[in-house]
Design a protein around this ligand. Structure first.
Ligand code: TYD
Length: 180
């Protein structure tokens, strides 16, 4: 079983995805990864460097191909991944990269069995964030969340609204949805 968590920065997906991995005894992983390419991406992001949006799309995707081996190795145990292909579709498309380009370069990746999209009031998400980098501005996050909701229809995500809800509340809702 391969489960992916998606959502804007501050949606709570890291906390929730780790809780679920603990609960199910699954392997937890995230993108950008802590591998060489992932580290390089984080460095670019923290320095707020202005990189061409297609170039950064290729980097996120390169990191994802590197990640495939780790996912495959743990798939029997069960894998929970905090951000995946849909992060590239949501974030990089808002930066002007076409969906077709993103889909094409990602065509050989393993697709997850279930995708949870955590949606949240954008003001609430911003309050939860301690830093404010390139990808954490209000108007930007609003656009990303709108794109995520479009993708939810296309890819059949399980959408969970976390606004005004406690972590335990959200977690229980996720457990219920998984039993269906
Ligand atoms: P994030 O998981 O939020 O990192 P952290 O744990 O440090 O908060 O990911 C970092 C940023 O990268 C986040 O703003 C979303 C962005 N991102 C993309 O734009 N495209 C992608 O394909 C991925 C995986 C992440």
């Amino acid at each position: 079983m391969f489960i992916v968590f998606e959502g804007i920065d501050g949606s709570g997906k890291t906390t929730i995805s780790k809780m679920l991995a603990n609960h199910l005894g699954y392997f937890w992983t995230a993108e950008p990864t802590d591998g060489e390419i992932g580290k390089f991406i984080r460095e670019i992001l923290t320095k707020n460097k202005n990189i061409d949006s297609k170039a950064i799309t290729l980097l996120f995707t390169a990191d994802r191909y590197e990640h495939q081996k780790i996912i495959k190795e743990n798939i029997k145990k069960g894998v929970i991944c905090d951000r995946y292909f849909f992060s590239t579709l949501a974030y990089q498309s808002v930066l002007g990269v076409e969906d077709e380009f993103i889909k094409y370069i990602n065509k050989d990746i393993i697709m997850p069995d279930v995708v949870f999209l955590l949606v949240v009031d954008v003001d609430e998400a911003i309050k939860r964030l301690k830093t404010s980098d390139l990808f954490e501005k209000k108007s930007f996050l609003e656009k990303v969340q709108k794109k995520y909701l479009e993708l939810a229809k296309e890819y059949n995500f399980i959408v969970i609204d976390t606004s005004n809800k406690s972590i335990d509340n959200v977690f229980n809702e996720i457990l219920k949805r998984l039993e269906l």
